[in-house]
Write a protein that binds this ligand. Structure first.
Ligand code: UT7
Length: 328
């Protein structure tokens, strides 16, 4: 038995991953050609972003989630009917209600499973994964689908160059199954609502009208500093909870928002850059989809191998942050 493993325990094991990016890559120069007052060099130097994918009009979180989910289910060798839990992490749901998870359930043809959304913005996928882990470990559920799907292009102010160049659209999914070996070894989730104002879409629909501001607003430098601080500390906290040193992990998959945040985090952790999965240069920040998309890419291209230890980290609006460590 390995360290952290207990006999007779139930664990949640990742058995499938899937991802979906809409349309063709859109370069920084394409954004300039569309009339955005920015420059390629500024975006690359400050963020590392070169491309992002943008959903077609009407292509929503549920539709993208379905494709990512089907790919994850195929890898796991499961049908949607076998799932007993569906969680969708999104801040851009298709409707006010029902949840995108219920819409996804209907589209996949599953009847009767527990289905709900979680809302923790860019930390949403990690929050959803940890919730699913706890359902499985409690013994009530055995086969879970967790999806992060966001279409942030619909909540961006395309006149605000300080935010619109940073984000992209996409979906990523994992299948978790009950197992007598880990699986997810440790997890931690945090939030600090006192910092709600530094990253928000401070509007709502009421009485048939939009109230407040329906676009993403961000204090970039405050988010940057908080992200670097919490991503390094939550990584340590999660490794400690698993009884490991952070240098013992094989792969770090941090939220993909800015290459400078990712580099600062790995430097603070003393982790070699080669152990960090990076997609931000090609995906931009896809919010709840960023971590599962990066995970799926590294599983499918063979970098992440069976038995390796992977640390996932989310950070975003709320302010929220969290981490989950698993053995693949
Ligand atoms: O999921 C979490 C979500 N968000 C994040 O993680 C983002 C965290 N924050 C950041 O990544 C960085 O703060 C940004 C990339 C958003 C901004 O970088 P910065 O180094 O903090 O730049 P800044 O906001 O201090 O802006 C510096 C300059 C300004 O010009 P002046 O006033 O110095 O002349 C801006 O007008 O950069 C200008 N600028 C731009 N220039 C060209 C801002 N956006 C752009 C742009 N293109 N897109």
């Amino acid at each position: 038995m390995k360290s952290g493993e207990k006999s007779g325990s139930v664990y949640a094991r990742l058995t499938g991953t899937g991802g979906y990016l809409p349309g063709a890559p859109v370069s920084n120069l394409d954004l300039i050609a569309r009339g955005i007052d920015t420059d390629d060099e500024w975006i690359i130097e400050r963020t590392g972003i070169r491309f992002r994918h943008l959903a077609a009009p009407g292509e929503n979180s549920g539709a993208m989630a379905k494709i990512a989910a089907e790919r994850a289910l195929a890898m796991a060798g499961l049908t949607a009917a076998e799932l007993d839990l569906l969680i969708v992490a999104t801040s851009t749901p298709d409707y006010i209600f029902p949840s995108t998870a219920c819409l996804l359930q209907g589209a996949l043809g599953n009847h009767g499973a527990t289905a709900f959304d979680v809302q923790a913005v860019c930390s949403g996928f990690v929050y959803g994964l940890v919730v699913a882990d706890k359902f499985i470990r409690s013994g009530t559920h055995k086969k879970a689908l967790v999806v992060g799907s966001d279409v942030f292009s619909t909540i961006l102010d395309w006149q605000d160059r300080g935010t619109c160049v940073l984000f992209g659209d996409g979906a990523g999914a994992v299948v978790l199954e009950a197992s007598d070996t880990p699986g997810i070894m440790a997890s931690v989730l945090h939030a600090d609502g006192a910092q709600a104002g530094i990253l928000s879409v401070p509007g709502q629909v009421r009485s048939g009208k939009v109230w407040g501001d329906p676009f993403l607003r961000m204090e970039g430098q405050a988010v940057f500093k908080n992200a670097v601080r919490v991503l390094a500390s939550v990584a340590e906290e999660c490794c400690q909870a698993a009884g490991m040193e952070s240098r013992e992990i094989d792969w770090l998959i941090p939220h993909q928002a800015n290459i400078r945040i990712i580099d600062a985090t790995s430097r603070k952790m003393g982790l070699a850059r080669e152990k960090v999965i990076v997609t931000v240069e090609r995906h931009g920040n896809t919010s709840a989809a960023s971590v599962p998309l990066a995970l799926d890419e590294a599983v499918r291209d063979g970098r992440i191998k069976k038995g390796q230890r992977v640390l996932l980290e989310g950070v975003g609006g709320g302010f929220t942050w969290g981490a989950a460590l698993f053995e693949f």
